[in-house]
Design a binder for this molecule. Structure first.
Ligand SMILES: [Zn+2]
Length: 292
C-alpha cells in the first residue's frame, strides 16, 4: 500500500462501476457536421433510450450503487433518463458540457465557463450539485484541478498514474488545496474494444464481450491482490447492448463474490480517502529538454 493509504476495516480492495452518459455530446463536439446524420445520432441515442433503462435494471438486480458522469448537454437533451438515474439512487457527476476535450480550451477562463455550464445544466434539469468530475476524453489540463477545488468538487476520476486513490494538490504552493484522485485507465473503458462508427470512431474490429469481460476480470482479480481500486468505465450507448450488459452483470456478480472487496460509488470512495493522512501529489507541467 502507498504510505498513509488504507481501506476501511475489513476491506482489502475496492471496485467502482461508472457510466459516462456521453450520448450525442462527443460526436457533436468533435464532428458537428454529424448533427444532421440520423444514423449516427441514433447510434448515440441508444444510450439514453435503451442502454440506461437496461443498466439501471441490472444495477438494481445486483444491489450496487454506481456513478454516472453526465455531460450538461446530455442532461438537457435526455432529462427523463438523467432523472431516472438520480431517482434510482446512483451518483451523478460532472463530465463537461458538450464533452469538450481540454486540449481544445485556449485558457482557464474557457475551461471554467464549460465547468459552470455543465453544473448549471445538472442543477436545472435534475437538481443535482455534483462533487465529482471526469474529464471528457480523459483530457485533464494542469490548470483544471485548481478550478475543481475552487468550485467545491471533492474528487476527479481519470488520471492514469496509480492503482490506488491519492490526494491531488492543485498547485505546488505549501498548503495548497487538494482534491481526491480516483485513477482510471483506457484498458478499463468499453469504448475502445466495442465502438465502431464508420469514419468517426473505431477501426471496425469489434471485440466479443466474452473477451472484454475476461480481460476486465483479470484486472479486477489482480488489483484485489494488490489492494487497489478497480475503476471501470462504461458508456450506456456502448455497454447498454444486450450481450455486453449481460457480461457486465457477470463481472459485477464476480466482484460481489470476492471477500473483502468494497463495491462503492466514486463519492463513497473519495469520502473515505479524505480521512487518510496522505501527502498530496503535485503534478507540474514538464519541460521538454533541449534535443541534441
Ligand atoms: Zn465521455
Amino acid at each position: 500500500m502507498p504510505a498513509g493509504f488504507a481501506w476501511p476495516p475489513g476491506i482489502r480492495a475496492a471496485a467502482c462501476f461508472t457510466f459516462d452518459v456521453d450520448a450525442e455530446s462527443p460526436i457533436l463536439f468533435e464532428h458537428p457536421e454529424a448533427a444532421g446524420w440520423l444514423d449516427v445520432m441514433s447510434h448515440q441515442a441508444y444510450g439514453p433510450r435503451t442502454g440506461i433503462p437496461r443498466i439501471l435494471r441490472l444495477l438494481d438486480r445486483q444491489g450496487i450503487r454506481a456513478t454516472f458522469f453526465v455531460p450538461g448537454y446530455s442532461t438537457e437533451r435526455w432529462p427523463e433518463a438523467i432523472r431516472s438515474i438520480r431517482d434510482a439512487g446512483h451518483e451523478i457527476a460532472h463530465h463537461g458540457y458538450l464533452h469538450e476535450g481540454a486540449r481544445s480550451a485556449p485558457d482557464a477562463e474557457t475551461e471554467e465557463r464549460r465547468l459552470l455550464r455543465g453544473l448549471e445544466a445538472l442543477d436545472t434539469v435534475a437538481g443535482v450539485r455534483p462533487v465529482g468530475y471526469r474529464a471528457p476524453m480523459w483530457e485533464l489540463s494542469y490548470r483544471l484541478p485548481a478550478l475543481l477545488a475552487k468550485h467545491g468538487f471533492r474528487y476527479d476520476s481519470g488520471l492514469m498514474d496509480a492503482d490506488h486513490p491519492y490526494r491531488l494538490a492543485v498547485s505546488a504552493e505549501p498548503g495548497a488545496a487538494s482534491i481526491v484522485e480516483l485513477p482510471a485507465h483506457w484498458a478499463q473503458d468499453d469504448w475502445e474494444p466495442y465502438v465502431y462508427l464508420p469514419g468517426l470512431s473505431g477501426s471496425g474490429v469489434i471485440a466479443s464481450p466474452a473477451e472484454v469481460i475476461a480481460r476486465w476480470t483479470l484486472e479486477l482479480e489482480a488489483l484485489v491482490e494488490e489492494g487497489g481500486l478497480f475503476m471501470l468505465t462504461n458508456h450506456p450507448f456502448v455497454s447498454g447492448h444486450a450481450s455486453r450488459a449481460a457480461g457486465l452483470e457477470r463481472l459485477i456478480q464476480r466482484a460481489r463474490e470476492i471477500p473483502g472487496l468494497w463495491i462503492a460509488s466514486a463519492t463513497e470512495i473519495a469520502a473515505h480517502v479524505e480521512t487518510l493522512p496522505l501527502v498530496p501529489v503535485v503534478h507540474l507541467p514538464l519541460v521538454v529538454p533541449e534535443t541534441l
